[in-house]
Write a protein that binds this ligand. Sequence first.
Ligand SMILES: Cc1cc2nc3c(=O)[nH]c(=O)nc-3n(C[C@H](O)[C@H](O)[C@H](O)COP(=O)(O)O)c2cc1C
Length: 188
Amino acid sequence: MSLIELLRQRRSHPSRQLVDPGPDPAQLRELVETALRVPDHGKLEPFRVLGVDRSHGRVLGERLAALTLVRNPEASVAELDQDRSRFDRAPCCLVVIAQFSEGHKVPVQEQLLAAGCVAYNLLLGAQALGFGAQWITGWPAYDRDAAALLGLAAHEHAIAFVHVGTAAGEAPDRARPQFATKYREWHP
Ligand SMILES: Cc1cc2nc3c(=O)[nH]c(=O)nc-3n(C[C@H](O)[C@H](O)[C@H](O)COP(=O)(O)O)c2cc1C
């Protein structure tokens, strides 16, 4: 399939409908290695990827749920269950971590974009390898206690939890932004 065709067909698969098998070690390596080939102003490499396999994801989910319960003892069973399943819903979860250098001549916005490209490459690469994938965030992406559970340093931010697995069924496409409304030519 050509790259253009892949892009035309690109879509996410709901992360809760991603089943075994996930990528094997060689596929995982290929997926991550190719995803790292992003445009990168200043060659700062402001990103890294943390792999969470399902069994470890279960432990992480329990810790997240415990955090939620400490903060809100009234948290519902549904809320706690949602936290428990944040990292083990699919065979594999790849956490894309942006590493910000504040005060660098390359603005943090550009560093974030480079890291975002890694996350997007993971989606495309997963699809190219025949898997389904979905980019999820949610509160753990914006919370320093959750970051500590992931082992992140102060300058690191989880920007994507990319769930990867075998798509159980076809994901219906959604209405896409249209050329006619999204593209204009600039005229002086
Ligand atoms: C930065 C970012 C964060 C996202 N976070 C979530 C999320 O937490 N939950 C969710 O259901 N979708 C989230 N999405 C959207 C899905 O990844 C996905 O794009 C959506 O299901 C639409 O499918 P599509 O990729 O085929 O257009 C996020 C997307 C981006 C770019």
